[in-house]
Design a protein around this ligand. Structure first.
Ligand code: GLU
Length: 443
């Protein structure tokens, strides 16, 4: 019997024999495949750092989480229950920061893993935040605009006890964008009685957002690629690039890389992908997608599956869609020379071992996609100061910050003889561990 059916009928619960349930182990509430990956990456890095057990314990598990179940009236007048989460990974570095997503697979364990990565991302970029992540389990493609608005407003209202401009600042993630941030900000502002733009980032510019936020993650990916190629001594000209995911991040990266001379040989979206070894006309693909919603059917390209796009021969592979796309199953078939993780958690540790053996370096997610939260930070500062920054100034700062982080990670990797991921996580974990040590333990 499904959960919804049990709840509706009020029956079926007694069928669970409590005595058969295993004892709950520490940390069991976060258990998920994604959290396993985040923990494995943490443990590998903690071993390289020889991190004291006290800090392993203090930094690994999330500090706070909230699970909410709330009813929403649907367009057909029925009432549906939705489950949402917000996980705050560490409260040591300042307020927490991270997006909230709308997707069918959202769970507490997934949010816990993503919140942990936000902590490392912020620490690596030197942003004064701990990590957080949230979301509502739903399929946004099946919901009307009105339903999405009611879900967003109720989710925002449910989170009020734990969020605030100095406590936890949400932002867009998968399935959410400026529109949802505007509803979220309005709901919070209605509750406190005055306009609070700094409660979320990624808002429409007219509400205190910045034009620079929308392309920020994609641009950050490009700046990271520029830095990585400099280290590898490759020129960007004519590098063949394949991109899985053609949403905001993937499309911005494709456009920008195309503009600076790379050849985009394949892109895909939720429906499927297209490939052309001679290079796609990215502008034309964008125009086609704007008209047809998906890239499928674009003339002058061959169709390729969403998963098969990862195996298209190329120099730079950019997973910019979902997590856990590069696994032990397909890692040996990838035909690229460099991977740049625009998505969060796209590569499993098992795949990473295979790729390391094959000599394929990875620019890790916590570095490659940190442009989004970096510009979120600029937006939050500008809202706090009530002083608007110039878009060009924001983009220049973003570029500088990304390039500096890339250099630090590259140097650390060389010094310690480790991968870019381990070097990036080591720099981040060291910073948070130092702060945790200095703040000591209360009481
Ligand atoms: N959701 C984005 C990420 O995964 C951005 C978070 C933010 O801007 O706070 O990094």
């Amino acid at each position: 019997m499904g959960l919804e059916e049990r709840a509706r009928n009020g029956t079926g619960w007694d069928a669970i024999d409590v005595a058969d349930e295993p004892q709950v182990h520490a940390g069991a509430e976060w258990r998920s495949e994604l959290y396993r990956i985040a923990c494995a990456q943490f443990q590998r890095t903690a071993d390289v750092l020889d991190l004291e057990p006290e800090f392993r314990a203090r930094l690994l598990e999330p500090r706070r989480s909230l699970t909410v179940n709330f009813p929403v009236r649907m367009d057909d007048d029925s009432v549906r229950n939705f489950t949402g989460y917000r996980v705050q990974h560490t409260l040591t570095m300042g307020p927490t920061k991270g997006g909230f997503r709308y997707a069918p697979g959202v769970s507490l364990g997934e949010c816990a893993a993503l919140a942990m990565w936000m902590t490392w991302k912020c620490a690596l970029l030197g942003l004064p935040y701990g990590g957080a992540k949230g979301g509502v389990r739903c399929d946004p493609h099946e919901l009307s605009v009105g339903e999405l608005e009611r879900i967003t407003r109720r989710y925002a209202a449910e989170l009020i006890p734990i969020i605030g401009p100095d406590r936890d600042i949400p932002a867009p993630d998968m399935g959410t964008g400026e529109r949802e941030m505007a509803w979220f900000m309005d709901t919070y502002s209605q509750q406190v009685g005055h306009t609070v733009p700094e409660i979320v980032t990624g808002k429409p510019p007219v509400l205190g957002g910045t034009e620079a936020r929308r392309p920020a993650t994609g641009l950050g990916v490009v700046y990271a690629i520029e830095g990585a190629l400099e280290r590898l001594r490759w020129s960007i000209r004519d590098q063949r690039v394949a991109i899985q995911g053609f949403g905001n991040v993937g499309a911005t990266a494709a456009e920008e890389l195309h503009a600076i001379g790379a050849k985009i040989v394949a892109v895909s979206d939720v429906r499927g992908g297209i490939t052309n070894p001679d290079g796609l006309d990215v502008r034309a693909v964008l125009a086609y997608k704007a008209e047809n919603e998906y890239v499928e059917g674009f003339p002058g390209a061959e169709p390729v599956g969403r998963a098969a796009v990862l195996e298209v021969p190329c120099d730079i592979l950019i997973p910019a869609a979902l997590e856990r796309q590069i696994t032990a199953e397909n890692a040996s078939r990838l035909a690229c020379r460099l991977i740049v993780e625009a998505a969060n958690g796209p590569t499993t540790p098992e795949a990473e071992d295979i790729l390391a053996e094959r000599g394929i370096p990875i620019v890790p997610d916590v570095l490659a996609n940190a442009g989004g939260v970096t510009v979120s930070y600029f937006e939050w500062v500008q809202d706090q100061q009530k002083y608007l920054w110039d878009v060009i100034e924001i983009q220049e700062r973003l570029r500088r910050q990304m390039r500096t982080a890339l250099t630090r990670v590259g140097d650390a990797a060389e010094r310690q003889g480790v991968t870019w991921r381990t070097a990036a996580l080591a720099l981040a974990i060291e910073r948070v561990a130092e702060a945790a040590k200095l703040r000591a333990i209360y009481p």
